[in-house]
Design a protein around this ligand. Structure first.
Ligand code: NAD
Length: 247
């Protein structure tokens, strides 16, 4: 898919990996919708408007874990951009880590509701116009936790493994409409989500990563951009993890 002038919605793009994905699409000439839970755009939004120049950038606030919010956000984005969404990036995600025995219902359900149901809500909201256009790309940001599990992340691993299954089913269902659906599974990436890990844990983790370091948000963004452009790839999960899951 030629990305220039296409309409791209990136959930959870006020910071971290989502912000890097939004920037990559803006640089490629797409019209990009930034999203976060707050009603207000983040401070970084005006800088993105300057970079965009010829294309449009818009901020649409709302909570993906609510189906009503997801539908309203896609409708608002379509109105602001003047045309339907061509590329959906389901990036928004949360963690509420803890060992399974002590994990509360609330912590388990909140992570499933945002990371898995939230992605489904957004997919359902964009599918109709995509099927009509007979073209579309959906990229779901999963995690290596969904591939190999991670102690203390029963909720998160279950949600991300579910997201990989969701990716494959939607890919099957809508391939005939030329809608491609893929997942990206990042390893440890330098963002707010991993900022609280102690130096000791970071050192241990780096020892397990063949490339010996955490990844950067823009390294994940480049894979997402590639998946949006590549027209013969669907139903796949690409791990970008410094080799962590190669064995
Ligand atoms: P982050 O915490 O820095 O940013 C998360 C973003 O999601 C924020 O913009 C936040 O406002 C938004 N968000 C959260 N819940 C939302 C909701 N209900 N509705 C709308 N927006 C919501 O996280 P990050 O590290 O940039 O992670 C981005 C994605 O990548 C997540 O899905 C995460 O699970 C995944 N991931 C991250 C890592 C990592 O090491 N950082 C590794 C693997 C996967």
């Amino acid at each position: 898919m030629e990305i220039q002038n296409k309409n791209v919605f990136v959930t959870g793009s006020t910071r971290g990996i989502g912000a890097a994905i939004a920037l990559a699409f803006v640089k490629a000439g797409a019209n990009v919708v930034i999203n976060g839970r707050s009603a207000e755009a983040p401070a970084s939004f005006s800088a993105l408007q300057v970079i965009a120049r010829k294309s449009k950038v818009a901020y649409v606030g709302g909570d993906i874990s609510s189906n009503a919010d997801a539908k309203r956000m896609v409708a608002d984005a379509t109105e602001v951009l003047g045309a339907p969404i061509d590329v959906l990036v389901n990036n928004a995600g949360i963690t509420r880590d803890g060992m399974a025995l002590r994990m509360s219902d609330d912590d388990f359900n909140a992570v499933l509701q945002t990371n898995l149901t939230g992605a489904f809500n957004m997919i359902q909201s964009v599918l109709k116009p995509m099927t009509k256009a007979r073209e579309g790309a959906i990229i779901n940001i999963a995690s290596v936790s969904g591939l190999i599990g991670n102690p203390g992340q029963a909720n998160y691993s279950a949600a991300k493994a579910g997201l990989i299954g969701l990716t494959k089913s939607i890919a099957h269902e809508y391939a005939s409409r030329n809608i491609r659906v893929n997942a990206v599974a990042p390893g440890f990436i330098e963002t707010d989500m991993t900022a609280d890990l102690s130096e000791k844990i970071k050192e241990t983790v780096n020892g397990q990563i063949p490339l010996g370091r955490f990844g950067k948000p823009d390294e994940v963004a480049s894979v997402v951009l590639f998946l949006a452009q590549q027209e013969y790839l669907t139903g796949q999960t690409i791990a970008i993890d410094g080799g962590l899951t190669m064995y």
